[in-house]
Design a binder for this molecule. Structure first.
Ligand SMILES: Cc1ncc(COP(=O)(O)O)c(C=O)c1O
Length: 386
């Protein structure tokens, strides 16, 4: 009787929910599933953050609507963190906006700038909300294939004239989910030049900036000259501080873009629970040793999984950042069939590449969010079926 809106009908199914269903069914059958599918840290949130939350939750001053654009103390912490980490100075009143997780801001941002017929330039494969947010805002998607031969960077020179003309937004995400690729300084300089010439807003998704290995340090697009005119950057506390369930992140960058997103949000949500904002302040003040120890943990797992897969004959690119392996599927099964085969024959969950877009076909993604023994067990099981 009630017909879904055209926008909702146009949205692809959210892959991770589908995967979760298959996984839960397998578990309900009593099978010992090793989940290398979803990128959700298995380690706990640091205890100073939990203490800050429990203390703040007891204070009635924090129980009311948090209607300001994020608590001033949180915006000041973000300002200090950015300065420390990237040597970029931000105005905490106009250039920083706390979010209920970065996904929330990323998905809502297109509502601020897209009219029907406007285009978002979106990498493919990609984190799904770039497409979802664009479609829900009534915009059109132009895909920029991320191909191995281009180091999984979009080929800006070959974006067709019409797409460039209609584009209002370009999404970039480095370190990248799902391909784990990292952007070079040359790419960011080219991106800013491209966006300036074509009057396009750059959305930089930096959710994985703190998870890097072998001495590599990802950069912010806001470090590059000219960026302040057209860049909005999205950050998350989710992966850095093992806080995926807490829902806190932020946007920063050009003041006009920040104000526009704040206006959209003021019509949709009523702020982040103040106690969680204060926990966010504690997270950003966490000793850097915590983040380093997480990186060491993932690096060790990475080396075990990469080494094990290579010894089974898989072609593996060793990631410099993120906690994902992006793996070319051995043989000629498509990614959904291959993932289904791993679940059926080895009780291993991986993410089929096509779930991130059509150019993800031929690949699967494995996440390093499982303890070492489980990764070793997964390798044993893969050996048995290969
Ligand atoms: C590339 C990328 N961006 C953003 C997010 C969203 O993070 P959150 O909404 O938890 O801040 C994720 C989560 O997986 C991600 O992979």
């Amino acid at each position: 009787m009630f017909k879904l809106s055209k926008k909702l009908q146009a949205l692809p199914a959210y892959l991770f929910l589908e995967m979760d269903k298959a996984k839960r069914k397998a578990r309900a059958e009593g099978r010992d599933i090793i989940d290398l599918g979803i990128g959700d840290p298995d380690q706990p949130t640091p205890s100073n953050v939990i203490d800050a939350l429990s203390q703040a939750a007891r204070d009635p001053a924090n129980h009311r609507y948090a209607l300001d654009q994020g608590m001033p103390v949180l915006r000041l912490s973000i300002e200090a963190w950015y300065k420390r980490r990237f040597n970029v100075a931000l105005n905490p009143d106009t250039e920083i906006l706390p979010l209920i997780g970065s996904k929330e801001g990323i998905a809502h941002f297109p509502l601020a700038f897209l009219n029907p017929g406007d285009v978002s330039l979106i990498p493919d494969p990609c984190y799904p909300p770039y497409k979802g947010g664009t479609i829900l805002a009534g915009g059109a998607v132009h895909l920029m294939p991320l191909l191995e031969k281009n180091n999984f960077l979009p080929d800006l020179k070959h974006i067709p004239f019409l797409a460039r003309r209609k584009a209002k937004i370009i999404f970039v995400n480095y370190p990248n989910n799902p391909t784990n690729a990292c952007a070079s300084d040359e790419f960011y300089a080219e991106l800013i030049d491209f966006a300036k010439r074509n009057k396009i807003i750059v959305i930089s998704d930096l959710a994985y900036s703190e998870m890097s290995y072998d001495g590599y340090k990802p950069r912010s697009v806001l470090e590059f000259p000219g960026s302040r005119d057209l860049v909005i950057e999205f950050h998350s506390l989710s992966k850095t501080y093992n806080m995926t369930g807490w829902r806190i992140g932020w946007a920063c960058g050009n003041a006009k873009l920040i104000a526009a997103l704040a206006k959209v949000k003021s019509n949709i949500d009523s702020g982040i629970f103040s106690a969680i904002q204060l926990a966010g302040v504690a997270a950003l003040a966490t000793d850097q040793d915590f983040v380093s120890s997480m990186c060491q943990l993932y690096q060790k797992r990475r080396d075990i999984l990469v080494g094990g897969l290579q010894s089974l004959g898989w072609k593996v690119i060793k990631p410099k950042a993120t906690f994902y392996l992006w793996l070319k599927i051995p043989g000629n099964l498509d990614s959904i069939s291959f993932a289904a085969r791993l679940l059926k024959e080895a009780d291993i969950v991986v993410t089929p590449g096509v779930g991130f877009g059509k150019y993800g076909e031929g690949y699967i993604r494995m996440a390093l969010t499982m303890p070492e023994e489980r990764i070793k067990e997964a390798l044993q099981r893969l050996k048995k079926i290969s």
